[in-house]
Design a protein around this ligand. Structure first.
Ligand SMILES: [Zn+2]
Length: 296
């Protein structure tokens, strides 16, 4: 089961959130038909969204992360709300479909190479159904590898010193074995030595191998114990499930079509054989009859 666990570290001087997102990324891969690299990119982004949502109070509050680069993988979007409901998508869903490769060309070998040399992270915090209450912040990419870009956003835009890791492990056939992320942040009003956070970052970079440890069956507490090191006490504060769930509805999706005139709708119906809207987040298609669209 996917889970978000919240710990204190260094005797309440830092907080640590651990997100296990394996089932969610598996569902997203199947729904969207993601290829291995887009699966890894979206998995990392979903883990980052779940980690950021760890501070939300209720299901109405949500965070929306968008990573947009100048490479062939143009966009990676992930959302999570305070109830742990996650969703997301990539543009395109498969890199091979957009790469007009010549003989001898090589596929991008990393998420960063696919996202491109420059790009930016946009973070939106908001309340469901209330567009005025959203808050936006933008930050340049660190390297396009998602987790480092998100860490840069947290440090530069939210000005909270943060260490972050996010990883996805795939089997040789491309299926998802494990996905997860980990975020360590200094708690307000406490003293966390710069060196302590650097040590955390180093353990995350050199020893953690998060997705390998999840595949091996390690628990969130095992991960926290490893990252904490000998520098103080840690303890579980809160734990809640994470699940894939989309907030789209037939009513909301109908809005995409009601702006068209009767003639335009008939044209679409005659050309495609149907009046259909597909949700970008969950890939579910809903069909409408001309009469019900004209009534709106
Ligand atoms: Zn949907």
């Amino acid at each position: 089961m996917d889970v978000l666990a919240h710990y204190h570290m260094f005797d309440y001087r830092a907080r640590c959130a651990v997100a296990v997102t394996t089932e969610i990324v598996r569902a997203l891969q199947q729904r969207h038909g993601l290829d291995p690299l887009t699966t890894i990119a979206l998995g990392r982004a979903v883990s980052c969204a779940a980690l950021l949502a760890s501070s939300l109070k209720n299901g109405k509050e949500y965070v929306h992360l968008s990573f947009a680069g100048d490479g062939p993988l143009a966009k990676v979007v992930a959302e999570c709300n305070g109830d742990g409901h996650c969703r997301g998508y990539t543009v395109p869903v498969q890199l091979l479909s957009v790469l007009n490769l010549d003989e001898g060309d090589v596929l991008p070998e990393s998420v960063g190479a696919a996202m491109g040399a420059s790009g930016f992270v946009t973070v939106t915090r908001g309340l469901a159904g209330e567009s005025q209450s959203t808050y936006n912040a933008v930050c340049d990419f660190a390297n396009g590898e998602i987790a480092a870009d998100f860490a840069r956003y947290l440090t530069e835009s939210e000005q909270i010193p943060s260490a972050i890791a996010a990883g996805v492990k795939l089997a040789s056939d491309g299926s998802v074995l494990a996905s997860g992320g980990m975020l360590v942040q200094k708690l307000g009003g406490t003293v966390l030595e710069e060196q302590e956070l650097i040590d955390v970052e180093q353990r995350m970079a050199l020893e953690l191998n998060l997705s390998d440890r999840l595949v091996a069956g390690e628990t969130t507490e095992d991960l926290v114990r490893l990252i904490q090191g000998a520098g103080g006490g840690y303890g579980l504060l809160m734990q809640r499930p994470l699940i894939f769930r989309c907030t789209c509805s037939r009513e909301k999706m109908m809005q995409a079509l009601v702006a068209f005139s009767e003639e335009q709708l008939k044209e679409i119906r005659d050309e495609t054989g149907k009046l259909e809207v597909r949700c970008q987040y969950c890939a579910e298609a809903r069909q409408f009859r001309l009469e019900e669209l004209l009534r709106h």
